[in-house]
Write a protein of this length. Structure first.
Length: 162
């Protein structure tokens, strides 16, 4: 979910394991020459999901952490590609934590129908996050460093010593 810590913890994880880092939200913005919010505002959330699928399917692996947007899970094809590249980590958060971290989420370019509540979105997505996760890490009540440490501890040995 947006606000679960993928971007910030992803950087910490890359530093901790001496890996590279890429945030696919930035790849989308670079390739489109506009912000995610602008895409949602002009073409709608489904257009953003289509663009995201293309960018995710083109991303390469290697020794790096890939932080995606929270809507990556809407594409089965993209998730199959990411699964083949490495370990898919799900950062689990509850609704109160999300509300606290996101503040006014209407300005965050979330890829969802305007009428869908954050609660309904979380419920819909949690099924998908669990389906694709190789490793699930609770983010609630943990600092970003603690989340990073929990990921490292949960990774298969070959990724911890890459
Ligand atoms: N474990 C955490 N504890 C407290 N705040 C966090 C934690 N993880 C992320 N945040 C905060 O939540 C916001 C969203 O984090 P971000 O890494 O951008 O999430 P995502 O990429 O999943 O949307 C940021 O303000 C970040 O500092
Ligand atoms: O979950 C979503 O619908 C989205 C999350 C965002 O990324 P973060 O999850 O990194 O905030 C970004 O991809 C876009 O605004 C859509
Ligand atoms: Mg992010």
């Amino acid at each position: 979910m947006p606000g679960s810590g993928k971007s910030t913890v992803g950087v910490l994880l890359a530093k901790s394991l001496a890996l590279g880092f890429v945030d696919t939200d930035l790849l989308i913005q670079q390739s489109e020459g506009r912000t995610l919010q602008a895409i949602v505002d002009t073409e709608g959330y489904q257009a953003l999901r289509r663009i995201e699928e293309r960018v995710l399917c083109e991303v390469s692996g290697g020794h790096r952490v890939i932080s995606t947007g929270g809507s990556a899970v809407y594409s089965e094809r993209a998730m199959a590609h990411l699964s083949a590249l490495g370990v898919v980590v799900f950062l689990e958060v509850t609704l109160p934590t999300l509300r606290q971290r996101l503040g006014d989420f209407s300005l965050r370019g979330i890829s969802k129908p305007p009428e869908q509540s954050l609660e309904a979105l979380l419920d819909e997505r949690n099924h998908l996050y669990r389906r694709y996760a190789d490793l699930t890490i609770v983010s609630d009540g943990r600092s970003q460093h603690e989340v990073c440490e929990a990921i490292v501890a949960g990774l298969p040995e070959e990724w911890r010593t890459s």
